[in-house]
Write a protein that binds this ligand. Structure first.
Ligand code: ACO
Length: 434
């Protein structure tokens, strides 16, 4: 819970001399916030903050980012520790319940998730309605939204049990939905989940196994997948999470809200960035051309941006990018792949980090800079990259959604605007319009 701080901020209307005291609220760590909830009622003015660069939209106890120091905490635990010592389902439990599970709680949670992984058989018909060349994110938006039509017993947002069941279903079924989207694009048969496998192993199995031969699990890839899921599990009030909260604030059911989050994640400025990084590295092709692209990124008249660089919150190295780079080396080594794109990426990072433009603006590699290379090595086509992100982020979205529903101060999200269109004017009949 936030606490009122005895300090206030004064706001003075220079025209009238009216003075307003704005309360300040403290969280546990991080900057305090100026509480402007009564601003319009008291002053007749709104705040103006497109892109929400200075706006806290909610109170949350899930995830904390110190962008200046490059720190990411989930319920107080450092992402590096979780990635090294925990499993994705333990992190999912942590996000949903606030604490890491003890052994018995973990086994029971794993069992529950494992027994929700199958999809209603009729949902297969949805896949058949898509073109084979449909982008898998288009399929994800459609199929996840359609879950609302299949699981009516978990759409009552006012019932805590129904909310928890919806959360379990979403975490459990996302890998199945994603793997089916992939198999559909290949024209291969869908694989049903295998309960003896771990979450990450089962996902790899559903993605890559074919009925004609035995699937041999590679533990290095399974660990890399689990770590990738952990690294993407939650990230505070980013665009897709805010979208989920905003959709949920109207009382929409959780499946519809997660479908909204998937849509928001799709864009290249957000979850689509790792696909864009790989496209960019392929386009650059050779170390000799890096300088040319760095120059383009710096040119104000050129819309090109260095994909995988920069972050709204991190003004230091994204701690997830460090773990991802390490994972990338492990996977490539295990698979015996010598990918020139990794060398190119590392050279890119070196050159950009020495460049005044990037230094001044604190532009460091973000999590997406290396994730595309690792996913490519694991055998994923680039249009599946954002899908994996969506699978991982679902637990963050749904935990944030639950937190919002349980927040007694929650209201429908309804930003205001600075209107710049025409003032009221008389209607002109068509024959009199010029
Ligand atoms: N390449 C070149 N210049 C950049 C880049 C970049 N990747 N990112 C930011 N800048 C520059 C901007 O041009 C701006 O310069 P200016 O002050 O001279 O105008 C300055 O850095 C600040 O940039 P903003 O756009 O104001 O920063 P914002 O917080 O709005 O953007 C974003 C963050 C969208 C992530 C941006 O850095 C970007 O487009 N990066 C590339 C896409 C990407 O990697 N996205 C993944 C984000 S992580 C994730 O979603 C998991």
């Amino acid at each position: 819970m936030s606490k009122s701080n005895s300090a206030t901020f004064s706001l003075i209307n220079d025209a009238t001399g009216d003075k307003y005291a704005l309360p300040v609220l403290d969280g546990t760590v991080g900057p305090s916030v100026i509480d402007v909830r009564r601003l319009y009622a008291e002053t007749g003015h709104f705040t103006y903050d497109p892109g929400y660069t200075s706006t806290g939209s909610c109170e949350s106890a899930l995830t904390y980012i110190d962008g200046d120091e490059g720190v990411l905490l989930h319920r107080g635990y450092r992402i590096e520790d979780l990635a090294e010592k925990s499993s994705f389902l333990e992190v999912a439990y942590l996000l949903l319940n606030g604490e890491l599970p003890n052994g018995q709680e973990r086994d029971s949670f794993v069992d529950t998730i494992t027994h929700h992984t199958m999809l209603h058989e009729q949902l297969i018909n949805f896949y058949r309605g898509f073109r084979r060349d449909a982008h898998p994110m288009a399929i994800m938006c459609g199929v996840v939204g359609a879950l609302s039509a299949f699981y009516h017993d978990s759409t009552d947002i006012n019932d805590p049990h129904a909310r928890m069941v919806a959360s379990y279903r979403l975490v459990a079924k996302m890998p199945t939905i994603a793997a089916m989207a992939y198999k559909y694009s290949l024209g291969q048969p869908f694989n049903y989940p295998q309960n003896e496998l771990s979450y990450a192993e089962n996902f790899l199995y559903m993605l890559f196994a074919v009925p004609a031969e035995k699937y041999v699990m590679n533990p290095v890839l399974a660990r890399a997948m689990d770590r990738l899921l952990i690294l993407h599990a939650d990230h505070e009030q980013n665009a897709s999470t805010s979208t989920v909260r905003l959709a949920g604030s109207s009382g929409a059911n959780p499946f519809a809200c997660i479908a909204a989050g998937i849509a928001s994640l799709w864009g290249p400025a957000h979850g689509g960035a790792n696909e864009a990084v790989l496209n960019m590295l392929n386009e650059v092709g050779h170390k000799d051309r890096i300088g040319e692209y760095v120059k383009k990124a710096k040119d104000k008249d050129d819309p090109f941006r260095l994909m995988g660089f920069g972050h709204r919150v991190y003004k230091n190295y994204d701690p997830r990018a460090k773990v991802m780079m390490q994972s990338c080396h492990e996977v490539l080594e295990d698979l015996g792949i010598d990918d020139p794109l990794l060398d190119l990426a590392m050279e890119f990072e070196k050159l950009a980090r020495e460049d005044e433009y990037f230094i001044e603006r604190n532009l460091y590699p973000n999590v997406d800079f290396y994730s595309g290379i690792i996913l490519k090595a694991m055998g994923f086509p680039s249009d599946m990259f954002t899908v994996l992100f969506a699978v991982a982020r679902t637990v963050g979205w749904i935990a944030q959604w639950q937190e919002m529903i349980e927040d007694p101060t929650q209201k429908i999200g309804r930003p205001r605007q600075l209107y710049t269109g025409p003032d009221q004017r008389p209607y002109v009949p068509v024959e009199k319009r010029g």
